[in-house]
Ligand binder design. Structure first.
Ligand code: ADP
Ligand code: MG
Length: 236
């Protein structure tokens, strides 16, 4: 579903991604780990067609970036810790606005909005203004927005940032639901144990490359921290 070959991204003279290779099969839930500044967000932004690769091949669902960015965006949902929602609109109005941006058909839109809100546990808050929402509710509404057009691939950049324990565990359940729906998920997180517990696969970004990639089932939870530290160390 996601294919990256020899991806290079430099900012000025700063080489962030250095001939990075990565493959994510349909239905996999990949957690992308790596130190601060290792380029996790940069990689996600490139996959999301929000930033251009300096060079290399990037394909999503068979479509090539950056040339086919329009087709790629149609099958992608993106969730970062910035909610990008309108405070003065209700939850339902926010979703309607984005549904129109995505050019979704007017017919059935109300049902779609209602079922999306139900999926993230916000059905009863549909008509409340977003400015009254907690951080966790904002995050869930952001997810409802990201999956409104039923994308095959959903990208999450540090989705746990700013969430308390209760909101984090609701997010865990929601991510498990999305994975069950056979979507392909890529998520970055600082929370190595949590990422390991949720994902089907783990990738570790170090020195501009994927230093490790494997099924989480191949790494016992007691060993993920060691594997992480070793992989980061080996990249220095
Ligand atoms: P991570 O998400 O792993 O913490 P980032 O992808 O945000 O890392 O950043 C990787 C590197 O790229 C950092 O050195 C950062 O300063 C640099 N960088 C990211 N975005 C930009 C940008 N728009 N302009 C210049 N440098 C950037
Ligand atoms: Mg980041």
């Amino acid at each position: 579903m996601i294919e990256v070959q020899e991806l290079v991204k430099t900012f000025g003279f700063n080489p962030v991604l250095r001939k990075l290779d990565l493959k994510v099969e349909a239905g996999q839930f990949l957690v992308l780990l790596g130190p601060n500044g290792s380029g996790k967000s940069t990689l996600l932004r490139i996959l999301a067609a929000l930033a251009r690769p300096t060079s290399g091949l990037v394909k999503i669902g068979g479509w090539r970036l950056p040339d086919e960015a329009f087709a790629v965006r149609r099958q992608l949902g993106v969730v970062s810790h910035l909610p990008l929602l309108y405070d003065t609109l209700s939850a339902a109005e926010n979703l309607r606005f984005f549904a129109q941006l995505y050019d979704l058909p007017e017919e059935g839109m109300d049902d779609l909005i209602q079922s999306s809100l139900a999926q993230v546990g916000l059905a009863r808050r549909a008509n409340d203004l977003v400015r009254t929402f907690s951080r966790g509710m904002l995050q869930r509404l952001t997810i409802a927005r990201a999956i409104l057009h039923d994308p095959a691939v959903v990208l999450f950049d540090e989705p746990y940032t700013g969430l308390d324990q209760e909101a984090s565990s609701i997010l865990d359940d929601l991510l498990r639901d999305l994975a069950q729906q056979n979507r392909t998920i890529v998520m970055t997180t600082h929370d190595i144990q949590r990422g390991h517990a949720l994902a089907s696969h783990v990738a570790i970004l170090s020195r501009g490359k994927i230093g490790y990639l494997g099924a989480t089932s191949a790494v016992p939870s007691g060993e993920i921290l060691n594997l992480y530290t070793e992989t980061i160390g080996a990249g220095q």
